[in-house]
Structures are given as C-alpha cells and as structure tokens.
Ligand binder design. Sequence first.
Ligand code: NAD
Length: 722
Amino acid sequence: MSESTTIRWEQDGDGIVTLVLDDPNQSANTMNAAFADSLDAVLDRLEAEVEQVRGVIITSAKKTFFAGGDLRDLIRATPETAEQVYSGSLRIKRRLRRLETLGRPVVAAINGAALGGGYEIALACHHRVALDAPGSKIGLPEVTLGLLPGGGGVVRTVRLLGIADALLKVLLQGRQYTPDRALAAGLIHEVVADREAMTAAARAFIEANPDARQPWDVPGYKIPGGTPKSPAFAANLPAFPANLAKQLAGAPYPAPRSILAAAVEGSQVDIDNAAVIEARYFTELACGPISKNMTQAFFFDMQAVNSGASRPKDVPARQVAKVAVLGAGMMGAGIAYSCARAGIDVVLKDVSQEAAERGKAYSAGLLDKALAKGRTTPEKRDALLARITPTADPADLAGCDAVIEAVFEDAALKHKVFQEIQDVVAPDALLCSNTSTLPIGLLAEGVERQADFVGLHFFSPVDRMPLVEIIRGERTGDEALARAFDLVRQIRKTPIVVNDSRGFFTSRVIGHFINEGVAMVGEGLPAASVEQAAAQAGYPAKVLSLLDELTLTLPRKIRREARAAVETAGGTWQEHPAERVIDRMVDEFERPGRSGGAGFYDYEDGRRTVLWPGLAEHFAKPGAQIPFRDMRERMLFAESLDTVRLLEEGVLTSVADANIGSVLGIGFPAWTGGVLQYINGYEGGVAGFTARARELATAYGERFNPPALLVEKAERGERFTD
Ligand code: NAD
C-alpha cells in the first residue's frame, strides 16, 4: 500500500473526512508522482473504511488549491516516453473515477486558484464550493500551453456543460474565471466569502446529499445539448471544425483541433472509453514540439520574467503612490487608466484643461463599457475616475513620485516638458518616457537627474496590451530600473528589460517582419499570398494590413532617422528591398495607410475593404512564385535572426525577455514560444535553423545570413536559454 505524503487525512467525529492537499516539498500542490501515490493511499483507505465515512471534503493547505500537472516533467516528454505519459494520464483518471464513485458525497472546497489539474480534481467531486479569494482563478488553461486537460477535464466538462459550452466556455480559449464568473458559467456550485463559510457549505452539502452522484452516473443521463448521435446536434456539428479552421487561419496550433476531436469522439462512448480517447490526444500533444514551445514561454519564461530575473536584485521594492502622466493623447490616456486601475493616483497633464479632460474621458468610456457588461460596479468606476486629476497646470504635479511622459514623438518637446516639471515633482521622482523610437540616452540629456531616467515603452491599446518594454539608458541607475520594474508589476503588466538602442527590441524586430512582407510584394508575389502566409505562420495581424494601421510613413520616418545616424557616424546604410516599395506607395500612389484613406488596402469610411487592385498592376509579376513555406519562414526568420543580433549587440540580455516580449508585444506567433524559442524548437534545433537560414540567404539575400552567435551555438550544440 502506498503512503500518503502529500495528502493529509483528517476525520472528525461525524465521519467527515477532510483530505488536505499539502505537498511538503513544494509551495504549490502539483500532479507529480508523490501526489499519485498519495491519492492511491487515501483512496485505498476511503474504500476500506467507507462504512465509517459520511462524506469527503477536499481542500488545500496552500495559498492555491492545486496547481495542476507538473510541467517540469511534462516538458521533457518525448515520443519515446509516450507510453509513460499515456499511462500516467489514464492512471490519474482512474483514481479520480474511484473518488467520484466511492458512494459517499465528495465536495471540493476550493480555497484558491484551481487551474488545469486542480479544476480536474474539483470536477471529479459532486459539489464545488469556491472561496472568493483575491487572485483566485478557476478553469482549464491547458490550450494556452499547447495541451489539453489530460486528467478528465475534457470528459467531465463535456458531460457537465454539453459539448458546445465545454468547448466555447472552457476548453478552446482556456479562460481563467474568477469564482463569481465560474459560478455564472456553471463551473462551480457556490462562492463563499471565508474559510468558515466554505467548510460549512461543504458539510451542509454532505448532510443534505448522502447519496450524491455525478449527473453522468444517474441512470437516463444525457449529455446536455446532445451528441453527434442526436440529429439536432449533428446538424450543427460541421460548424465547429469550420469555425476553428477560420480562427486558426492555417496556423499550426494542434491543441484546439485535438480538444475538439476528444470532446466529440468522447461524447459518443461511455466515460471510461472517453477517458482513453482523451489520454491518447493528450499524449500526442504532450510529446509533440508545440506544447514544449508554449510551455517554455508561457509558463517558465513568464515566471522568470515576472518574478524579476531582469530586475536589479539589491534595490528594495517600492510602490508608486502618485504618478504624473504628461500628454493625454492616445497613449497617455491609456496609461492613466491602467495606473488608476491599480489604485495609483494620477495627475494627467496636457497643454489645455480640455485636452486633459478628453484624456480622462477615455477612462470613463472604458469603464462605462465594462459596467454595461457587468464587469465593474458604479462604485468601482467612480472610485477609479476620482483617482485621475486632469490638468494643464504643472503645479498640480507636486508630490508625484513617478512621471510617465507621453507627448508627441519629438525630442525637443520631450526635453521641454521634463524641464517644466522636474522641480515640481518629488525630488527623487522616477522619470520615464514612453517614446517608441527616440534613444533614451538622447532624452536623458534633457533632465538633471539622468540616473533616474528610464524608457517605459507601452503598447497600444494600453488597457489591453500586457507588455511594457523597459529601456535602460547608458546613465540609468539600478534604482531607477528596479523602480520602473516595480511600477510595471504594480499596474499588473509584464515588464521586459532591454538596453538602449535605436528601436529598442520590439520596434526594431517587428520592423523586420514588416519589411519582409513588403519586400515580397516588391518581388512581384501576389499581395494576397503574402497576407495568407502571415496568417498561416500564425501572426495575429496580416503583415500588409498591420502596416496600413501603423501608416507607411512611420517606418519611413524611422528609417530616415536611422540612416542619418548611420551616415553621420561614417557608416554605410544597408538598403532593404522594402524601402522602394514603401516609397512608391507613399510618393507615387499616395497611399500612406488606413489613416490616409488608402494603403495596401482600399478603405471605405475608415473600414478595410479589399487589397488595392493596383498592387497587381504595379508590383505583381506574372508567374512570380516561391514556395509557400519560404514565404512564411522569411517573416519568422527575419525576426528571429535580428533578435540574435540584438543579443550579440547586448541590447537584449535575457532569452526569456525576448520570447515573452515578442509574443506579448509584437505578435510573434504564440505557437513558436517566442522569437528565440522558435530557433530552439525548429526542426533539427539550432543547427537546423542555422542551415535553413543559409538556404534563405542564398535564395533571398544576405540579410538571412546567420549571425556569428547563432553559428557558434549551432556548432556547440547549445540552445538559447538564460
Ligand atoms: P498623441 O498625439 O495621441 O498624444 C500626444 C499628446 O501630448 C497630445 O494630447 C498633446 O496635446 C500632448 N502634448 C503635446 N505637448 C504637450 C505638452 N507640452 N505638455 C503636455 N502634453 C502635451 O500621441 P500618442 O500616440 O499618445 O503617443 C505619445 C507618445 O507615445 C509618443 O512618444 C509615441 O511615440 C509613444 N508611443 C506611441 C505608441 C502608439 O501606438 N501610438 C506606442 C508606444 C509609444
């Protein structure tokens, strides 16, 4: 008989057994070997002593309920270990099946986050009570790691909610619900305010339901909404793969397809056979390359980034109480909202009171929408708005302990606004600029305390974009860098840290994506194929439509400044074939992008209609054709190769920052796990990628030549890791 080391057995005089999940070796409970043994032990005992057991409560002694599968194990799964992964998945499911068929009521008392495996345990209970704890999340986010829930999550959500709701509400998006929303979505039965109420609710359920069974174990049970065997459902079924195919646009995400298949196939058989089907699909995903990429990025890299791997260690943490936002335009208004949402007082300054008020009205607009959707309350909205003070008077910035500047992109103007306020704000206030293109070193010259000056590059729209790129100037001090990092965490965004350089990391790398797409148009390839290649590579925005949004004059302005800087320094500018296409689009055809009413696409009332037919006439060359794979890979490689150069140049110092920044900030396809993980995960690894880069260089230009660092890594058999 196994011993239970991670589950504590507590039994009271009423015969209620509380199983306390409490792994002594980890800060969170995970589905590791010790847990599996412990589950065996408690199940053996529950079955042996069932006569003395009235009911079971499962809860945890940790802050979270249960963290889920052990990803450190899972990321090492290979086709050679597939058998083990498969039997591991089946074993967990058989145990959970024993729990739900024990013949006694079992209640999950969800005291904190129950994601993935944690929610799968809860699903095997007859009743789910969740504590309304801060940060508590419930759901099955496996799809975001390229996986599917392999502990019965597909099988049971399908039986609980029906195929359509299970797919759309839980499995395909991997949404993480707050307890209240989980209740509304039917994922749990009760939400309670404190631990006492949680225990009371669990006991009350046990008292009232001595014969509790899962709905699917009650004779006559039918899956809500039907299965492919029922004509009504069967008629709708083809829409599922069709919608999925449309959403994925050919991008290589295997998990959603496997989830759909496991749900539909599993609905047509009994629960034990459904578990086998789920285990098969799970194993295939876990042993494949894409779940590794995504787990590396969205679990391990994300953890490293957010826990401060790039933050100077010796600076004590500090919170901002009052922030000055200079410029209430698109970015300033969004930054003000994000800060106020995190409880920070904001003074929002623009050139006139009206302009500042308009900036604040942006927050009111967002909050009214949230209110209409039931995502906030009138009290919360009013409290947030009360934290934003719009002004045109620099004197109102007195006492601000941080400044975020977001005025027009003009170095002289930025110098001027910092001059205006530097003696008004707190004497040690952190000074940040949201510039997207100007060197931080240049802007720092306009302030007296250069060590306190740092770049804080937000992305648009600020309220929705989770990334902030922190730029360390040559004279930025450790303290300012750490404080900037803490500020980004305080507003619940993800900070990456880079060193100062033209375009920093994100703007420079996304420029290579855009240039490559445009260059292909210049080579005479059909623009529609270029767009399709971007979609199939997995980019969230097609390349030409993205450039239309940014406007074609922007990369041109950036390029001219960069070229001037190179030539002033005595260097030679390496022209990119995209430049001529952009120049012709702007100068010859007067098509500067969406805001100008015409770009690579036609527009009607600001809405994109079709690709401009003139592209075929002026650029396309009849018969021009290259392999579709090359079209996709040229864009991906252009970005990854430049990222390696940024590592060589010391602009980037962290692989995790590069991976996370590329996916969250500039839309590098998530299936790759980020711009450097793409190289690690490429067929044949770093060496395979390097060989392919050489092929692309031969066919399409020297810009694809592998940088020395890449060649070195390939030769040494190393990967890109921190
Ligand atoms: P915007 O034109 O929408 O807003 C600029 C605001 O600054 C205007 O409201 C203007 O009245 C105000 N302003 C001008 N002079 C001022 C002064 N002396 N004092 C106070 N306010 C003044 O511009 P935006 O798109 O919000 O961009 C602002 C900054 O953010 C720029 O540096 C830009 O490069 C950067 N940025 C923009 C984006 C983006 O996607 N738009 C992304 C990242 C960074």
